[in-house]
Design a protein around this ligand. Structure first.
Ligand SMILES: Cc1cc2nc3c(=O)[nH]c(=O)nc-3n(C[C@H](O)[C@H](O)[C@H](O)COP(=O)(O)O)c2cc1C
Length: 478
């Protein structure tokens, strides 16, 4: 069972003990000073004790530019803090840890933002050198490799973009021109860290904006990155400034528009909406003889799905951001054949909103007011239902109203399971209290609902009673 998930993979000689990756996720746990602090260490140690194979530390700035709370690796004074972090992670398990190195441009509350066509040749040289120096600091700090952030709305991604307006060596009118900045950065970084240090990249497989590039180009971008010697490719989509929604008094933020929604698809999206990107990109680079790992991401959280993607060669590694935030012990639970104990992300995007508002990123599913995910205690007793039929459901005016009597035990929440017309059973929502209204039902179909109560470390009760509803079809009169 789950052979592929637990098959180690090598990234430039570094053994990653399993195929599960936590991609970079800004935590807002550091201060504006950008130093690693104890909260940051605690956050990443959770992933390590949960046995996540590869931990990518949130985007950290390689330059001094002002921003909200964000980690930095832009000067030697930051190295000690990062060393403490890598040590704490390495002391906790055989998880590997790499930082995501980011360069971003200036934005102002007025809505003005600097774009790459405003950069002089000297500015570009400085950015390239800053990447090189940050990579050296990362190596000195004990990281197992680095990831170059060439995704979303940030500087390197803007050079790759089909909307790149430069007309020089980095000419936005040709794919070759758009790729040159990454090539320059990669050459300097490699010369600084050496051939034996893993250098991965994250970029978007689809910009998800009008006139942006799509898979047609990203297949070729991936190929060039492989040719340039990157050691893994981590994919994302969207997250651009071009369609950001301006909020009064706030600088533009790249996750507020449609492309931002695609980057972190919420509950309204089907599961795994982006797996075809990794599959196509892997096909492309593999067919040209490159076998560096490709990481697939986007609403993947079921162990069977993850195993299937790996088995069928649609991905080499599986990225889970919000799911591992919700439950950093996912890997441990799957390994221990306790997948029932997994706390399931419901993609409510409370974490995304916290990030957007520069607030400390936590998960709605954690017990209230906790800064970190609860520890996993396999001996914790699952809740029990006191009554035979705790769950009731009524169909009222296009909605199904569920109500239930509380289970007994140390309850953290209730997962609501639903099957539509005899189909697959899915968790459609997680609630802390005893009520839920399902507004996405269609008359004429049959629905089954049941609940499971779970503790803070994830032990789930037996299913409640199953409620079956045969919804009447609405009648329309001429
Ligand atoms: C709170 C939050 C912060 C994020 N920060 C970063 C980041 O620093 N760098 C990055 O490349 N992606 C970032 N992402 C995107 C995630 O890495 C990931 O691609 C996205 O959430 C989709 O994966 P998922 O469905 O498994 O959550 C962030 C996502 C969230 C929810």
């Amino acid at each position: 069972m789950y052979q592929h998930i637990f098959k180690p993979v090598y990234i430039n000689g570094i053994k990653i003990p399993n195929r599960i990756v936590v991609p970079a996720m800004v935590t807002r746990l550091s201060g504006e000073d950008g130093y690693v602090n104890q909260d940051i260490i605690n956050r990443y140690v959770k992933y390590a004790t949960g046995n996540v194979g590869l931990i990518i530390v949130e985007a950290m700035a390689i330059h001094q530019s002002k921003s909200g709370p964000l980690l930095r690796i832009s000067a030697d004074k930051f190295i000690d803090g990062h060393r403490e972090l890598t040590r704490a992670v390495h002391d906790s398990s055989d998880s590997k840890i790499m930082p995501q190195l980011i360069h971003f441009m200036k934005v102002a509350r007025s809505g003005w933002r600097q774009t790459i066509d405003m950069l002089s040749e000297q500015d570009i040289r400085t950015i390239i050198d800053d990447f090189g120096q940050a990579a050296v600091r990362a190596r000195e700090a004990g990281y197992d490799g680095i990831e170059l952030h060439s995704a979303h709305a940030y500087t390197l991604s803007s050079f790759l973009s089909a909307l790149n307006k430069r007309r020089d060596r980095y000419d936005g009118r040709t794919l070759e021109g758009r790729l040159r900045m990454f090539g320059d950065v990669m050459a300097v970084v490699r010369s600084k860290v050496g051939d034996d240090f893993p250098v991965g990249v994250r970029f978007v497989a689809d910009e998800m904006i009008k006139d942006g590039y799509t898979l047609a180009d990203s297949r070729l971008i991936a190929l060039r990155m492989a040719q340039l010697g990157v050691d893994y490719i981590s994919l994302s989509v969207g997250g651009k400034f071009e369609d950001a929604i301006k909020q009064d008094g706030l600088p533009p933020y790249p996750y507020t528009g449609y492309s931002g929604e695609r980057c972190m698809p919420g509950a309204n999206y089907p599961m795994m909406p982006h797996i075809h990107y990794a599959a196509a990109i892997k096909d492309m680079i593999n067919s040209k003889g490159y076998d560096i790992p490709v990481i697939s991401v986007g609403k993947i959280n079921n162990p069977d799905d993850a195993e299937q993607l790996l088995t069928t060669g649609k991905a080499d590694m599986i990225g889970m951001a919000r799911q591992l935030l919700a439950d950093p012990n996912w890997v441990k639970k799957v390994a221990a054949k306790r997948k029932d104990d997994i706390i399931h992300c419901v993609y409510c995007n409370v974490c995304k909103q916290l990030d957007e508002n520069f607030k400390k990123v936590t998960c709605f599913l954690w017990p209230r007011n906790q800064l970190q995910a609860p520890d996993y205690n396999p001996a914790e007793r699952p809740p029990v239902w006191d009554r035979d039929r705790p769950l009731t459901a009524r169909y009222i005016d296009g909605t199904v109203k569920l109500e239930w009597q509380k289970a007994r035990g140390d309850i953290s929440g209730y997962d609501i399971y639903r099957a539509e017309d005899g189909g697959e059973i899915n968790i459609i929502q997680a609630k802390k209290g005893g009520k839920y209204t399902d507004r996405s039902v269609l008359g004429g179909l049959k629905y089954h609902y049941y609940l499971r109560a779970y503790t803070k470390s994830g032990q789930a009760s037996a299913p409640s009673n199953v409620v079956e509803l045969d919804l009447p079809m609405e009648i329309f009169n001429a």
